[in-house]
Design a protein around this ligand. Structure first.
Ligand code: ZN
Length: 136
């Protein structure tokens, strides 16, 4: 069995193992807001690939994601309006076009020099139906 890593959103409607019909121990799970391939995700995948036997990575975006279809400015404004601080010095890696961001993120893994022998693919999970669709 080839080791699997799954990157998905922190959205609480997603149960990563159940989404894939897997059991604890079957996959490494990485999560962040929007399932974005950040530098930290790349660093973690390098460790997963060479120290934990991972050979495949799934990047799983989802429907109704709060981090999709909005702008950075709108997220900063929403945080401010909810009583939070001025976060404009941070980037939240929002996906204004979710599919384009997913394709770019998967390509970022595929072209990362330290991950040349990791198979990466992108999917969209429908939180309403539970259906998982391959995008790239
Ligand atoms: Zn989300």
């Amino acid at each position: 069995k080839r080791g699997l890593a799954v990157l998905t959103c922190m959205d609480s409607r997603i149960e990563p193992l159940a989404m894939l019909g897997l059991q604890p121990g079957d996959a490494k799970i990485l999560r962040n807001a929007g399932a974005r391939v950040t530098d930290d995700v790349l660093r973690t995948l390098v460790l997963a690939r060479y120290l934990l036997g991972v050979h495949r990575a799934m990047v799983v975006a989802h429907t109704e994601c709060r981090m999709s279809g909005i702008t950075e400015a709108e997220v900063h404004a929403a945080i401010s309006e909810s009583g939070g601080p001025d976060t404009r010095s941070m980037s939240f890696h929002v996906a204004t076009d979710q599919e384009a961001s997913l394709r770019a993120d998967v390509q970022r893994i595929r072209s990362w020099p330290y991950l040349q022998d990791l198979d990466a693919a992108g999917f969209r999970y429908d939180v309403g139906t539970g259906r998982l669709t391959r995008v790239c």
